[in-house]
Design a protein around this ligand. Structure first.
Ligand code: G6P
Length: 606
């Protein structure tokens, strides 16, 4: 989703802005642009549809100079992903602005501006902001005052940065509903959509709060709260940059991140699994009151929640509801007394999850827990308890290691809720041994990579695929289907295998590969019957089966023998195999594995 970088420095900033955009590429985007004020006070602008590399080539031919600038990667919402709609947007030769978010009342504002003879160059919602600012500065307001006057007129979400050729000493930034962080250097100040964008220039950050406006200057920054009053926010110093952003010998971040899973799971498991303070100092007090759980999440994180429901209901014995945040936020729901709200989000910025968390605020709630991969993110800051997964920065848009570390976090949650509620049927020793063995079990699955790659070749010419699983493996089948559609663009659906005969069986023929998740559990024989129904109709089966489940390969039946595991380790282990399947299908199809079309890593608009 849109990414912002802004810089105010004594030195040249074009390369800093470009590097920031490169570091934001993982969020997903379809055009990129940069605006700077040159040493003679003139506004320079470059913006193109397509990748940051195109912008980079243009700058190599026509370099930009100056110590002040703003840059942007756009993920189109209003108007096509072309150069005219790309940011920065300008008002005359004076102002340039970048924006992440959606201005919901842009049509009304546009009509008012057009009635006053303002000419628009783009179809975007964003352009109204720069013209409103131009009116204010042309009327005599300073850039800061203009921003403070205009933002109350905007409905919706924004993080924005603006420069003014009449004031080449300041960049003004503001945020409401979309992420923005200041980067503090010596003799230079920056802003970015996340800290990753700025890690090459600083390790010191200030997280802006809702409604904050900041002025970036060479000597530092001024910060104002939504009420216009000066305000101080804490400075956070981050540790040395993780190796996560280095591709190394891998062809894609997704493959690297799949292979990192044993290490990242081990990092997450380095915590004492039965010490509830890993969820925060108030965890013991809050967990002691919990008699129901409501999980809210989107995408892959939602699938983690669906898996957790099985663990929580089976091992803790309390009701657990799971809902996609974009539905929950607009629905009149009934909250059970003693509910713990659990949000799951790799980015911590997903607009729907954040909004759902905020509306889930009533007398029945005993606390809000965020399971998240990004410290200081909006969802983390809006929660009472936090479990930070230790996946490291995930660059591939399709989530892999963030998902499996979420699963481990949710296991720890089940274990800790169970202990306090005295309802647990979890055997602590067995549980801890399973957790300790998880990185090795994942490594065993990674060793199956050549076989999975060969299996993937059968999918490249297909247009559809069906994924089947039962019980706790149904959400794993859903995650397998999501991965395949995200990166290979093959239409894939997941069904609980028992539902097969209620519809999807009609689709099964020799052109419909059917992937089955088949652990050796109490539902195995039921699943086996479901798979017979597929074979009887000519469907080609790809069975990811426990090696002891007794599946044999034959005509139309491909079997991947998986290590034996419990219902605690199994969801992680089968997921890794399905991740590899999707990766190799996408690789063979030649799609952009790390940045699939139309998708974004960090979905900061609704
Ligand atoms: C996007 C990402 C997915 C992610 C989903 C939810 O669609 O591409 O990988 O699962 O958002 O994001 P979150 O950051 O809240 O987990």
């Amino acid at each position: 989703m849109c990414g912002i970088v802004a810089a105010m420095a004594k030195r040249e900033v074009a390369d800093i802005l470009l590097e920031g955009l490169r570091r934001l590429e993982y969020r997903g985007y379809d055009s990129a642009g940069i605006a700077m004020i040159d040493h003679d006070g003139g506004l320079q602008l470059h913006k193109y549809s397509g990748k940051v590399a195109i912008l980079e080539q243009a700058l190599a031919l026509e370099p930009m100079q100056g110590g002040i600038g703003i840059a942007h990667t756009r993920w189109a919402t209003h108007g096509q992903p072309n150069a005219l709609n790309a940011h920065p947007h300008v008002a005359g030769n004076r102002l340039a602005l970048v924006h992440n978010g959606i201005i919901e009342n842009h049509q009304a504002l546009r009509q008012q501006l057009e009635a006053d003879d303002t000419a628009f160059l783009s179809e975007t919602d964003t352009e109204v902001i720069v013209h409103l600012l131009a009116k204010a500065v042309n009327g005599g307001a300073t850039l800061l005052a203009a921003v403070q006057q205009v933002i109350p007129q905007l409905n919706g979400a924004y993080a924005l940065a603006v420069i003014d050729t009449e004031n080449p000493e300041q960049v003004v930034v503001a945020r409401q509903g979309s992420p923005l962080v200041l980067g503090v250097g010596i003799g230079e100040t920056f802003a970015g959509s996340d800290t990753l964008a700025l890690r090459s220039v600083t390790d010191t950050f200030v997280y802006l709060e809702e409604g904050d406006v900041a002025v970036l200057e060479v000597a530092g920054y001024q910060l104002f709260a939504a009420n216009g009053e000066p305000v101080e926010r804490p400075k956070t110093r981050l540790e040395a940059e993780h190796e996560s952003q280095v591709l190394g010998d891998y062809d894609h971040y997704m493959l690297k991140e799949i292979h990192e899973q044993p290490a990242r799971l081990a990092d997450t498991l380095a915590l004492d699994p039965l010490d509830c303070t890993v969820f925060g100092p108030r965890a013991a007090a809050i967990f002691g009151q919990v008699s129901a759980v409501q999980i809210l999440a989107c995408g892959t994180s939602y699938h983690a929640g669906l898996v957790a429901r099985h663990w929580i209901e089976q091992y803790v014995g309390i009701p657990c509801q799971v809902e996609v945040a974009s539905e929950y936020r607009y629905r009149q729901s009934v909250t059970l007394p003693g509910t713990l709200i659990v949000t799951i989000s790799q980015s911590g910025e997903t607009a729907d999850t954040l909004a759902a968390l905020k509306i889930a605020d009533n007398d029945h709630i005993v606390g809000r827990l965020a399971i998240c991969n990004v410290d200081h993110s909006a969802i983390v800051r809006a929660s009472d308890l936090v479990f930070l997964t230790r996946a490291g920065a995930e660059i591939g848009v399709a989530s892999t290691k963030a998902f499996t570390t979420q699963l481990v976090a949710l296991q720890l949650l089940a274990a800790n809720l169970g202990r306090n509620g005295a309802l647990s049927t979890l055997n602590n020793e067995r549980f801890c041994a399973t957790l300790r063995g998880m990185p090795d079990a994942v490594a065993q699955v990674l060793a199956l990579e050549p076989t999975i790659k060969a299996m993937a070749a059968h999918f490249t010419l297909k247009h559809h695929a069906l994924f089947l699983g039962r019980g706790i493996y149904h959400p794993i089948a859903m995650e397998g289907a999501l991965k395949l559609k995200e990166i290979s663009y093959i239409h894939a659906e997941a069904y609980p295998a028992g539902e097969l005969k209620h519809g999807p069986l009609a689709l099964v023929d020799d052109d419909m590969p059917v992937v089955a998740v088949a652990p050796n559990d109490e539902l195995l024989e039921k699943l086996r019957s479901n798979l017979e129904e597929v074979r009887a109709r000519g469907g080609e089966l790809f069975v990811f089966a426990d090696e002891a489940a007794g599946f044999t390969a034959g005509e139309g039946v491909h079997v991947l023998p998986m290590p034996h595991c419990s219902d605690m380790a199994g969801p992680v282990i089968y997921t890794v195999a399905l991740q590899l399947l999707s990766y190799y299908v996408a690789l063979a199809k030649g799609t952009d594995v790390d940045k699939p079309r139309n998708l974004a890593k960090s979905v900061t608009v609704e």
